[in-house]
Design a protein around this ligand. Structure first.
Ligand SMILES: [Ca+2]
Ligand SMILES: [Ca+2]
Length: 562
């Protein structure tokens, strides 16, 4: 009998939690790199049980949606972004049952979970590729982008396309005597979406996870899905290095292999599929100019729900640069579309290191992210100010780090970028015990040497900490719906080279947010109203006119809306 009541209680809790309306537009996403979050069985590798053990921490922090980087069966040559089976779980992370528990434990807390769907390519160890690369015809022969080579005996690649990371994108397969296209790393052959069987197979994989209760997907390099079917040569470009705004680089315009116009139709088809389930959403990793990025949202906002906007990663933390960025996003992603605010991920230098290590600047960055119009994406450890580790590229496990290990590390640091992605993927720093509380065994990547100072345990009860700052702002964002759903208007009158002020409005709720970008306190002319945040949550009707260096103030404006 007790068992029945217990079961009924859990069942009802799930129903109550899930019956609360979910709107991806109001959510805050937290990215977990599963290998580095928490190790439950002390083999040195983070796992899904480890994530489950930390859900209460995430709930208390105030994030709603978790994005988990890939944990599917994989040779781990690119740490999970090389998938060998889309429905099986890599044994070091858990089992299908562990995934079911993870989904259910997340939902029981009223939270959501999205998975990382790598649609563009598979591992070269995937059974589809093994069959496809056989010389004799079979049902998988056309599953990948194969082409005959040029020149005598076809030993020259089919055309001049370069991969997204530089170097040749075509790989010769001696057994088949043909070349396959791999837009990222050579062991990640691109699937051929011009074959309807590929599209059906991948959509069935998406359905498999939707049926198990996942709330959506982050779509890896979605701008690389389709290539030109005639495999036309790319034109020359003077650009050497591509960036998030312009994919051209390596001395060619990536015209025929990236941002193909057919990608948009696939986005719409995928959206139709996920909309046949309630409350799901898609966020795409895409690179390109504003028009290219917007195209993925579909002609009638019927494509991907969101795309990552990466310009924030390289925008200097100066008021004028952020005003420009906000205006660009507001123009291009006006209602019903919505921008995203990203300051880090598993490929990029950690935010604190970009900002030169200053925790007060990290607070300003978080204050912007959590009060601007758009969906914030927080990378694990960003909330405690984890820093980029220094791991010599000769010791890199990351295939990209290995590929570029010939470049001296001072040159890499001079570019402000990272080629050895191990450096932003070191284990989460939970406390100052051995291995930062991540594992009792030697972790797969070294723990950052600053873990005794920078960890969750030392920050959680410290009202001056970065973690406390995130918690406070997330609590305010969860209370004041104008922050997650309201319109944004820049207050140009009160903004200047050091100060950025804006309003967020929804119904009769009107908030005025002001940030000081200067290294010293600044005076402000605040509108009358109730201060709800001045570094910490407060309810002080008499706010001072000074705002500290890198400080933020939020005031609920008392004037009636016109
Ligand atoms: Ca483990
Ligand atoms: Ca592709």
């Amino acid at each position: 009998m007790r068992f029945v009541f217990c079961f009924l209680f859990i069942y009802c809790s799930i129903i109550v939690c899930l019956s609360q309306a979910f709107d991806f537009r109001q959510t805050v996403v937290y990215q977990i790199y599963p290998r580095s979050f928490q190790d439950s069985n002390n083999d040195g590798i983070g796992d899904l049980r480890g994530i489950i053990s930390k859900l209460d921490y995430l709930k208390e922090m105030g994030v709603e949606t978790l994005w988990i980087s890939p944990f599917f069966e994989s040779p781990q040559a690119d740490f999970g972004y090389d998938i060998k089976h889309f429905r099986k779980i890599a044994p070091e992370y858990g089992t299908l049952e562990t995934v079911d528990s993870l989904i259910s434990e997340v939902h029981q807390r009223g939270m959501r979970i999205i998975f990382d769907m790598v649609m563009n390519h598979t591992s070269d160890q995937h059974p589809w590729f093994k069959a496809s690369s056989q010389p004799e015809n079979n049902e998988y022969s056309d599953f990948y982008v194969w082409a005959k080579g040029r020149g005598k005996n076809g030993k020259r690649p089919p055309n001049n396309w370069k991969s997204m990371i530089g170097g040749k994108g075509w790989q010769y397969h001696p057994e088949k005597g043909m070349w396959y296209w791999a837009c990222f790393l050579p062991f990640q052959p691109d699937l051929n979406y011009r074959n309807p069987a590929v599209r059906d197979s991948m959509f069935n994989n998406v359905k498999f996870w939707l049926d198990r209760g996942v709330d959506g997907f982050r779509l890896d390099i979605f701008n690389a899905i389709f290539e030109d079917k005639d495999q036309t040569n790319n034109p020359f470009s003077f650009r050497a290095i591509p960036n998030e705004k312009n994919v051209n680089g390596f001395f060619q315009q990536q015209k025929f292999n990236l941002n193909h116009s057919d990608n948009e139709a696939l986005a719409v088809e995928l959206r139709t599929l996920i909309d046949s389930y309630p409350d799901k959403f898609l966020v795409g990793e895409v690179f390109g100019n504003m028009n290219q990025l917007k195209s993925y949202l579909g002609p009638k906002s019927d494509g991907l729900n969101l795309v990552f906007l990466f310009e924030s990663l390289s925008t200097p933390l100066k008021a004028k640069h952020f005003i420009h960025l906000i205006e660009t996003y507001e123009t291009n992603f006006s209602n019903p579309n919505l921008p995203t605010w990203v300051f880090g991920n598993h490929d990029r230098m950690r935010r604190r290191s970009v900002l030169g290590g200053d925790l007060e600047e990290c607070k300003l960055s978080a204050s912007l992210q959590l009060t601007l119009r758009g969906v914030p994406f927080i990378y694990y450890g960003e909330e405690i100010g984890m820093e980029q580790a220094r791991i010599p590229s000769k010791q890199a496990l990351d295939p990209l780090g290995k590929k570029y290990s010939f470049i001296p590390s001072f040159v890499v640091r001079w570019t402000g970028n990272t080629f050895n992605r191990d450096e932003c993927r070191t284990p989460m720093q939970w406390n100052n015990s051995n291995n930062a509380g991540f594992s009792k065994s030697k972790p797969w990547l070294p723990i950052h040497s600053n873990f005794e100072k920078i960890n969750v345990a030392t920050q959680i009860d410290d009202s001056s900490s970065l973690l406390f700052h995130y918690q406070q702002l997330l609590a305010i964002r969860n209370t004041y719906k104008s922050l997650s759903s309201g319109k944004l208007t820049i207050d140009h009158k009160n903004s200047n080279p050091n100060i950025l002020a804006y309003y967020r409005e929804l119904g009769d709720e009107k908030l005025w947010i002001v940030h000081n970008f200067a290294r010293k306190p600044k005076s402000i002319l605040a509108p009358s109203g109730l201060t709800i945040f001045n570094g910490v949550q407060t309810s002080n009707p008499q706010s001072t006119t000074k705002i500290p260096a890198f400080g933020t103030r939020i005031i609920r404006v008392s004037e009636k809306l016109h």
